[in-house]
Design a protein around this ligand. Structure first.
Ligand code: SIN
Length: 542
């Protein structure tokens, strides 16, 4: 079996992955492994932008207060302050890389700052409505040109390799348990290879695909959370799944996101008659934080039996809408909706994981040698509900801090000499019933949407837990019986992540932020703590 030796391995190719790779490449050889092409990631789909204090009228304190307010009491205030204060320097770095944020039409110089739900100021830097795509373009260009970075596309990580697992097989003296790399499958060449790295950075993004309806791309299957959990790393606050209030409701649109920035520019959520609905739920109306707006839409749809609600921005001119939202305008038009003349049908869908691998702002996790940054990590910035556009900010700041922390520790390649064994197929054979994968994939996602969605209850969670128990047993058997393929690996990951979400939701016996349950409809201060799940037997491979 092929074993790739490298100094640093980065899994994932969104903003967090590519930026940490670029910084690490100043200190050694970096291998970037990604599941599809480099730009197939959540970052590339980010429309809104990067929340950052750059306007003299704005302040760090105001941004901190808005973040804490949205976070429902569960943000780590120090982490919030640190990340927000570090933002402007990272924005300058992106600009040095060649990114141009949109400037005001008035003077062409000052930033054109967007406004989104829960923000007390305009503070979202953006590149039209395609901020993530632009960030990816600029970073990919640099990564591909860097002599210290090697990229392996179409490769999916199977499991992390730890020294504790290695020493069970072949006793050798190692100082303490640490991550020394991973096994991955190459979807094009077909084989399984190992990577041996002194540090592995997980930057695999979120897992919207755990739900039937999501604003995320197909790659968002929660891989990093699942593989870290299987390695015994603590996973935090998985009950806090952010549902974006406005994804396009259209039979073939595949939940295309209608950015919150549209509401920031005056868009209003209305019913089919054009009556605003959000004011009934919060005085901030359509620009209240996302948990409130998504629940308002869900509740109106359920009460009236409507298949969707609508976004109304018809009071703005065609010129304004098509200049500010060129991509959204064009895509809607493709589906026969002219935003300047028509109501835009919308529904909420799974958008962002506020929880994830328990990690510091410097990416450190409980497993030495393993780092996590971006959406896959839970640093304490988002608490129980993320403030809009704080995610790209977190990815920017924490990927830089992660690379700096790794470089400062300079662990050295020869510290724990390990021999990575070949991947063992045991008795696995090629599958003769691939239909099981698609069936279980749909079942997990439907079950999560129906029972672990925007409004939960004890009964729904118990039902989901029973289903997931059976599904995971079946998926595990399939994984052991047949040669691994990308599809079974993704299915195994979404099922593990679904189980973590259900278990975390069952542990939280109150409603807070994004977790709302009919059985405990209010927040309870005695429950004001993070939910942490860890598999004490983790670290085994197969
Ligand atoms: C949006 O543009 O509405 C998404 C931004 C975000 O999720 O922060």
């Amino acid at each position: 079996m092929n074993c790739i030796e490298t100094d640093f391995a980065v899994v994932g190719s969104g903003l967090a992955g590519l930026l940490s790779a670029l910084h690490l490449a100043e200190h050694g050889r970096v291998l970037v492994v990604t599941k599809r092409e480099l730009a197939d990631c959540n970052t590339a789909w980010a429309q809104g932008g990067v929340a950052c204090v750059v306007d003299p009228e704005d302040s760090f304190d105001a941004h901190v207060a808005d973040t804490l307010d949205a976070g429902g009491g569960l943000c780590d205030a120090q982490v919030v302050r640190d990340i927000i204060a570090a933002g402007p320097a990272r924005i300058r770095e992106l600009e040095q890389f060649g990114l141009r944020f949109m400037r005001s039409a008035d003077d062409g110089e000052s930033y054109d700052l967007g406004k989104e739900g829960g923000h007390s100021h305009r503070r979202v830097l953006h590149c039209d409505d395609m901020t993530g795509r632009e960030i990816e373009r600029v970073l990919i260009e640099r990564v591909m040109a860097h002599p210290n970075i090697t990229v392996r596309v179409h490769c999916i990580v199977i499991d992390l390799i730890t020294t504790s697992w290695l020493t069970q097989r072949e006793p050798v003296a190692v100082e303490a348990n640490r991550c020394v790399g991973f096994y991955a499958r190459d979807a094009v060449a077909g084989g399984i290879f190992a990577v041996n790295a002194s540090c592995t950075v997980l930057a695999t993004g979120g897992g919207g695909k755990v739900y039937l309806y999501t604003s995320n791309p197909d790659v968002a299957t929660g891989d990093g959370v699942a593989i870290a959990w299987r390695a015994g790393v603590p996973i935090r606050n998985m009950e806090f799944i952010q549902f974006h209030p406005t994804t396009l409701y259209h039979p073939v649109a595949k939940s295309f996101l209608i950015s919150e920035a549209v509401r920031g520019e005056g868009g209003v959520i209305v019913d089919a008659d054009g009556t605003p609905i959000a004011e009934k739920y919060d005085e901030r109306g359509s620009l209240a934080p996302r948990d409130i707006v998504a629940r308002a839409i869900d509740s109106e749809m359920k009460a009236g039996g409507a298949p969707c609600m609508y976004l109304d921005i018809r009071h703005k001119s065609f010129q304004f809408i098509s200049r500010r939202f060129p991509n959204i305008y064009t895509i809607c038009l493709k589906f026969g909706i002219d935003m300047a003349r028509d109501l835009v049908p919308i529904v909420p869908s799974a958008h962002y994981f506020c929880g994830g691998i328990e990690a510091g702002t410097d990416g450190s996790t409980a497993l030495p040698g393993l780092f996590a940054c971006g959406e896959v990590a839970c640093t304490g910035l988002h608490g129980a509900n993320r403030l809009a556009s704080n995610s790209l900010l977190e990815a920017l700041v924490c990927s830089h801090a992660t690379a700096s922390a790794i470089a400062a520790a300079s662990p050295g390649r020869d510290k724990d000499p390990v021999r990575i064994p070949d991947w063992e197929v045991h008795a696995a054979v090629p599958s003769d019933e691939i239909v099981v994968i698609e069936h279980n994939w749909n079942e997990v996602r439907t079950c999560m949407w129906d029972y672990v969605g925007i409004v939960r209850s004890n009964k729904r969670l118990e039902r989901a837990a029973r289903r997931l128990h059976n599904l995971r047993a079946e998926i595990r058997q399939y994984y052991l019986d047949y040669l691994v393929t990308p599809d079974i690996l993704e299915l195994r990951n979404i099922a593990d992540v679904a189980d973590l979400i259900i278990r975390s939701a069952m542990m939280r016996r109150e409603s807070r932020g994004l977790h709302y349950t009919l059985d405990h409809p209010s927040a309870d201060e005695s429950c004001l703590r993070d939910t942490t799940i860890r598999d004490p037997a983790g670290g085994q491979i197969r």
